[in-house]
Ligand binder design. Sequence first.
Ligand SMILES: [Zn+2]
Length: 175
Amino acid sequence: MGMVKCRECGKDVSDKAKNCPHCGVAKPAPESKFGLIVKLGLGAVLVIAMVRCISEQEDRKSQAAAEKQRIEASKTPEQRAREEAETAKKEAEFQSVVSRLRALKASTKNPNSFELVDAVLMTDGTLCATYRGTNSFNAIVTENKAIAKDLKIVEWNRFCGGKSGTDMKYARQAL
Ligand SMILES: [Zn+2]
């Protein structure tokens, strides 16, 4: 234990005193130079780390944006047209699947109980849907239906059986 000068009144106090016995100020011992330097140093390190982290994030963001822009700019008009056509095709496909699923749902005994289990779009355009719903006896049944582009129900075994296609189950969000 050492004696130091109170930071408030300047009188001698113990460096461990909680309050100055002369003026009553809390923590009367002035902060040691060492403690102050350590605190300042830690603070500076923290600030530098934060600034660096933020600027690195910004760098990555602008790099990603520049890369995207570069790729976009390097595309030929043909490429761009192809991509647009691809997107339009996907959208049309999705809409076609949704309208077929809606028609399927509406055709069931209890459309409110309709729950899509699986929807796969085949390369020939057939939609192979598996769904659950209650029948007229209120029993839950699982059914398979192969639906052509024109909404006609076609033979499951011929168009869907043992085949694979594009998973369109996410279309149920639009039902
Ligand atoms: Zn004092």
